[in-house]
Design a protein around this ligand. Structure first.
Ligand SMILES: C[S@@+](CC[C@H](N)C(=O)[O-])C[C@H]1O[C@@H](n2cnc3c(N)ncnc32)[C@H](O)[C@@H]1O
Length: 314
């Protein structure tokens, strides 16, 4: 590995150490650590994200359960979780009787995963998880070892994806399932709709007065739109998300390629007010978003790709 790549990976690990620390601050449990034990925490300051299982459930619209069902297609199966983060999906798969090998380079994220596993109260039918603090591109993944492979916002963090996917494909059993969820480039129309909703709705991040000042500054050219935030390994991800699709089509039978969440995700997670109001607004804009994506009026931010390894090599 070159020195530059090593530095990039160290910075990536540090980025996710900090994100784990913020999300788990003061004894909180984030959704992406354990979705069943997460408790509601509203943002108290700038940069603090929302933790709200009910809001996540509304915005998620049943997709995570479907993702997990696809990955757990083989009872008692063995699953590889690529770039597992704090490990919520691995934990849920183990709760569905799966045996999961989970890898991440962030010590902070892996420590949370191990802690959640130790504290897990849902032991009925539990399979198992091993949280490994390791660069997944350097692991011997074996041959036909896994019934399923999952990567949630994961594969676009890998630098030499074709080489890595050679090894992932070899590690998947014939007929095995591989699922990826990736965030896509946001189009102008979708960005405008999201901004409009964030301006119109009461939100945690800014008062209406601050919003008015921001709009004025933008209109007279004093400020520009804030840039999209990338993690160190994500730089240029917009090319690699297309590369992921190419690889899926070349190597697997593609069972699904779908898009969702064009403009409702951000506004739902920031809308402020009584819970009944927040959840009501989120339900309406998620339904509108679903409708627009299904009619191809807008393009979803989240792309789900499900592949099956052919029984005979292509
Ligand atoms: C956007 S997060 C997604 C985490 C997780 N899949 C989830 O659903 O919460 C991307 C993760 O990739 C990890 N990562 C990046 N490069 C990696 C590598 N080469 N090997 C293992 N993990 C890596 C980061 O540390 C980070 O936790």
């Amino acid at each position: 590995m070159t020195d530059d790549l090593q530095t990039l990976k160290r910075e990536e690990a540090e980025f996710f150490n900090q994100s784990a620390a913020v999300r788990m601050k003061d004894g909180r449990v984030a959704i992406e650590a354990d979705m069943r034990r997460a408790t509601r925490r509203l943002p108290e300051g700038p940069g603090e994200g929302l933790i709200d299982p009910e809001m996540t459930r509304i915005v998620d619209d049943g997709h995570t359960a479907r993702f997990l069902d696809l990955a757990a297609h083989q009872p008692g199966g063995r699953v590889l979780d690529v770039c597992c983060g704090m490990g919520w999906l691995s934990l849920e798969l183990a709760r569905r009787g799966q045996f999961v090998d989970a890898y991440d380079i962030s010590p902070g994220a892996i420590a949370v995963g191990r802690q959640m596993l130790a504290e897990n109260p849902y032991k009925d039918g539990f399979g198992g998880v091993t949280y490994n603090l390791q660069d997944v591109t350097e692991v011997d993944l074996g041959v036909e070892r896994y019934d399923a492979v999952i990567g949630n916002s994961a594969f676009h963090h890998i630098n030499d994806l074709p080489a890595f996917m050679d090894r992932v494909t070899a590690a998947l059993k014939p007929g095995g399932i591989i699922v990826t969820v990736d965030d896509m480039p946001v189009g102008e129309k979708e960005r405008a709709l999201e901004r409009l909703l964030r301006l119109a709705l009461p939100t945690f991040d800014r008062t209406y007065r601050q919003k008015a000042v921001d709009v004025f500054k933008r209109l007279v050219g004093i400020t520009k739109a804030p840039p999209e935030i990338f993690t160190p390994m994500e730089q240029g991800k917009h090319d690699s998300v297309f590369e992921i699709a190419d690889i899926w089509h070349k190597r697997y039978e593609v069972l699904e390629e779908s898009f969702r969440g064009a403009f409702s995700l951000g506004p739902s997670m920031t809308v402020k007010g009584p819970h009944v109001f927040r959840y009501g607004v989120a339900r309406v804009i998620v339904a509108l978003d679903r409708f627009c994506c299904s009619r191809r009026l807008t393009k979803g931010y989240l792309r789900v790709m499900v592949g099956r390894k052919p029984l005979t090599p292509r």
